[in-house]
Design a protein around this ligand. Sequence first.
Ligand code: 5GP
Length: 196
Amino acid sequence: MTPPGPAMERLVVVSGPSGAGKGTVVQGLLALRDDVWLSVSATTRPARMGEQHGRDYLFVSAAEFMGMRDRGELLEWAEVFGNYYGTPRAPVETALADGYLVICELDVQGATAVKRAAPEAVLVFIEPPSLDDLSLRLRGRGTEDPQSLSRRLLASYDEVKNKGLYDHIVVNESVGKAVGELFRIMDQLKPQKGLL
Ligand code: 5GP
């Protein structure tokens, strides 16, 4: 990871196993707050049905991704489930400089890289109530083929093992409750004057 810019204490990394509902929880938070900005990652993974370039991800080719990485345009990057994912640096730094609380949804490698480079960043782990529940949710979502499903379930066990790295653990028993917890975590951070 390239050295971070200023205001990293307002950078919040949200991680959690695939299917833990972190996307839904983050969207619930965004609906309630206008002082939070969500980073859009670049990925080489193909778009899923309904996903939009620029909104859900920047869907790029491997060559484009490597170009961004080699030019130092990514705050962090990782290979996850056979694809590359990375956080474009400039938009995050602009949002922080504009006074926003910034959320990046990253895997555990990304969270570790951010914490190493910016210990003041806040790491939040969103956990399903149980791994059985996770398996049900991931199957129910219907977005993965059987191979990707089992790969994601196996990786979930590893992600949950790493939750000790995180500053806060939010158990997603109900979306409303989890959004409330994330809301309170954001409240403990310092938004820049003028935004609220
Ligand atoms: P999905 O393919 O389900 O959208 O994401 C797979 C995993 O990659 C999730 O754990 C997600 O949080 C993580 N991820 C998404 N964007 C990034 C990124 O920019 N960097 C890193 N390190 N992980 C990411």
